[in-house]
Design a protein around this ligand. Structure first.
Ligand code: GLN
Length: 475
């Protein structure tokens, strides 16, 4: 068995830092995994070419006794909607096929500064719109546990890469569950931080008020390592928080003594049996570690999914208006004397059908006469969701439930039923509406089931430590 399959990213970084493992060897191993498995799973859209050179440079610096950063020699995969200087960034859309960003996103810059090595750009649903990675211009990513199943989405490539040891860590974006859903379906850990915790500068927007760049790793500690490397205020993102960055890596205590857990009733209702059973078993383990648990109802959650989709599609219709083939987007070679026709030809050619559908709905719900009926109502429901969470975090340290209400399904199975596909997000969108942090941790060996742990605004430390204590007790 290879070294990676025994060690966490955290341990590998420390071994490289102390010269116990050569970074070149480590990165070569990852590249071999990529070569062998990519034809089956398709986690990446693009592999960068200079990762071995970067690895050799790390080894030289270790030899010279230089002090290296937190991500010392780790291979990091980046979702293809996060800008990488000089490396194509497509959002898995034909619209951006030949877009090469002239700058790095803040998160990418920080990964490089902490001596992480960028391995490549991962597959996703076009512009982040989807929950299975089937809506990619490049074709779907397959589930690492069974390639006939979906990997989840929209950050399916990032989750699969980490699960398949084709990366130590990965970045995704989570607008309504896109980090936690594929983490759950691929049996790894996925973290969506508090809105504003991580800079969105250089993230190509889908729905700006909902999304955060999230971390994917094989352990909660690995996600904390990546979060701590990239979090913090950024002058380039006006929504980034001036909050103190905490050290999420300090060792948590060994038990959950005194931790008050609220089990979200609305999340448990409507969850298929093998999932709800595994979640209840996990809660039982947490109780045996000293926590107390109680069922709790958040009545506003019944509005969460519909308000999420109204807000997300509205924001998308505005954010994606810039792709017209003139200002931004693929130059498809059409000519027309009429500007409207020229734009619509480019947009019809560049966008896939799921994106088009959402842009049309998003534009429709914002039409003056309908504004109050849809958008305003959705915003009101969003406030209620946020208030319900604030209220409950007075009584509980963390809230829990399943990440996904069902197990990963067959590729293509839900493509003919868009509403069924949207319904899969029912338990992940509330955290985005409320802006609170949430982590998904695998709880069943062999079956891809994620326990979702939600915390109050800026409560990353709390949910990460609960996840780590659970993880260590069950390893
Ligand atoms: N599945 C949700 C959507 O399609 C969430 C996507 C995301 O988080 N980017 O909008």
């Amino acid at each position: 068995m290879s070294r990676q399959r025994k060690s966490s990213a955290f341990d590998i970084a420390s071994q490289i830092r102390h010269g116990e493992v050569s970074c070149e060897e480590h990165i070569s191993e990852i590249l071999e995994n990529i070569q062998q498995q990519e034809p089956t799973f398709h986690a990446y859209i693009r592999i960068v070419e200079d990762s071995l050179d970067a690895a050799r440079k790390i080894d030289q610096r270790v030899k010279r006794g230089e002090k290296l950063g937190k991500l010392c020699g780790l291979g990091v995969a980046i979702k293809d909607n996060i800008s990488t200087k000089g490396i194509q960034t497509t959002c898995a859309s034909r619209m951006l096929l030949d877009y090469v960003p002239p700058y790095d996103a803040t998160v990418v810059e920080r990964i490089r500064k902490e001596d992480g090595i960028i391995l490549g750009k991962t597959n996703m649903d076009e512009f982040g719109m989807g929950s299975t990675t089937e809506f990619s211009f490049f074709g779907p990513t397959k589930n690492p546990l069974d390639p006939t199943l979906v990997a989840g989405g929209s950050s399916g490539g990032s989750a699969a890469a980490v699960s398949l040891f084709e990366a130590d860590l990965a970045l995704g974006s989570d607008t309504g569950g896109s980090v936690r859903c594929p983490a759950s379906f691929c049996s790894i850990v996925g973290l969506k931080p508090t809105y504003g915790r991580v800079s969105r500068y250089g993230l190509i927007s889908y729905a700006s008020s909902l999304e955060q760049i999230g971390q994917l790793g094989r352990t909660a500690e690995d996600c904390a390592l990546l979060l701590d490397s990239i979090a913090g205020y950024d002058t380039m993102d006006s929504t980034s928080l001036r909050a103190e960055t905490k050290d999420n890596l300090s060792r948590p205590s060994n038990d959950l003594d005194g931790v008050r857990i609220g089990v979200i009733k609305e999340f448990m209702d409507g969850t298929v049996e093998p999932v709800s059973k595994a979640i209840n078993d996990a809660i039982g383990i947490m109780e045996s570690l000293g926590a107390t648990s109680q069922e709790v109802s958040l009545p506003s959650l019944r509005f969460a999914l519909s308000s999420y989709y109204i807000i997300a599609m509205s924001e998308a219709s505005s954010n994606l208006a810039r792709y017209d083939g003139l200002r931004y987007g693929h130059e498809s070679g059409f000519t027309d004397d009429d500007w409207q026709r020229f734009f619509s030809k480019n947009r019809a050619y560049g966008f896939g059908s799921e994106v088009k559908k959402r842009l049309i709905i998003g534009t429709f719900v914002l039409i003056a006469g309908y504004y109050e009926r849809f958008y305003l109502k959705a915003q009101q429901a969003r406030s209620q969701v946020r208030n319900d969470f604030i209220q409950q975090f007075k009584n509980f340290d963390v809230l829990v439930g399943p990440t996904m209400p069902l197990l990963p399904f067959r590729l293509g199975e839900k493509l003919t039923d868009p509403l069924a596909l949207y319904m899969c997000d029912i338990d992940t969108v509330p955290a985005n509406l409320a802006g609170i942090p949430s982590i998904s941790v695998p709880v069943s060996a062999g079956t891809p089931i994620g326990l979702q742990i939600l915390g109050p605004i800026l409560g990353e430390e709390k949910i990460i430590s609960v996840a780590r204590i659970y993880e260590e007790a069950t390893r």
